[in-house]
Unconditional design. Structure first.
Length: 280
């Protein structure tokens, strides 16, 4: 959560009816050679893509559209060259009370990003601070531009991360670095984030989105059903003990033997040909 920007209004009910509709705070389209990668670009450049309620509500709409689109095999979330997202819109929460936050389960809806079954790739250029860093960490893979910066500076505003920052950051980079970042508000560079395990790969700014889409296309070339199963198995490692995680993995592994795609994949391997997955 960072910075104070002009108030972000809630979109009207007709703002985001379909993929082709005019979103107010994000741009939504399908990209890739097969048009099978859903791309969500945060579009509040004057506010460094601050995450207001209107933007996050539109994000949920777009994620639902891509989740239910059988053509889409992966999703990319990105910002612009200056900022992925510089944090939550502080003006919206400046005068909030404990009672209001607790009663409304404030920020709970943001977690939709982490519950999408399809793989989500964050393509991070510029600032990913506060809620912006939390948003990136909700994604399955983080690619960063060379000038990206990550941080949880909520302590400087007299509060703490409220959408998974203390939990996901600690799991990603370890207790010591996470504690330092959360308690000081200091940022880390893209290179430091990669060395710590927060970021998968770093690319030149102008190549970042292209590379994220390319990764999405590689994923989308596999069975969408089995990709979702694999994602569930990896995520289980963050929620359970090693013993329980291994049990979950075994059950999901066995489950793939009930799919036509598992049979097709192994048959294609034996026959030395490319598999033709049907996603069932």
């Amino acid at each position: 959560m960072l910075l104070l920007f002009p108030h972000c209004h809630q979109p009207s009910q007709g703002t985001a009816q379909s993929l082709g509709s005019q979103f107010q705070y994000i741009m939504v389209q399908k990209k890739g050679t097969k048009q099978n990668i859903g791309v969500i670009q945060l579009n509040r450049p004057k506010a460094l893509n601050a995450l207001c309620d209107g933007l996050m509500n539109e994000m949920k709409v777009a994620l639902d559209l891509f989740e239910n689109d059988p053509q889409v095999g992966a999703i990319v979330i990105t910002g612009n060259e200056k900022a992925f997202a510089a944090g939550a819109d502080i003006k919206e929460m400046q005068n909030s009370t404990f009672q209001e936050c607790y009663r409304s389960n404030f920020l709970a809806g943001w977690n939709r990003v982490s519950t999408v079954r399809k793989p989500v790739i964050a393509a991070v250029n510029g600032y990913a601070l506060g809620g912006g860093c939390e948003l990136a960490m909700m994604c399955d893979i983080i690619y960063a531009g060379e000038k990206a910066q990550f941080g949880q500076p909520e302590i400087l505003l007299g509060t703490i991360p409220g959408s998974g920052g203390t939990q996901r950051l600690t799991r990603a980079v370890g207790k010591s670095l996470a504690m330092e970042m959360v308690l000081t508000g200091d940022r880390i560079s893209a290179q430091e984030a990669k060395e710590a395990g927060l970021v998968s790969k770093i690319f030149p700014v102008e190549k970042l989105l292209e590379e994220a889409i390319s990764c999405g296309e590689k994923i989308a070339g596999n069975s969408k059903l089995v990709v979702a199963i694999a994602k569930e198995a990896v995520n289980a490692a963050f929620e359970t003990t090693l013993s329980e995680g291994n049990k979950t993995e075994k059950r999901l592994f066995y489950a793939t033997f009930a799919t036509d795609d598992r049979k097709e994949g192994m048959t294609a391997f034996v026959e030395k040909r490319k598999a033709n997955f049907k996603d069932h």
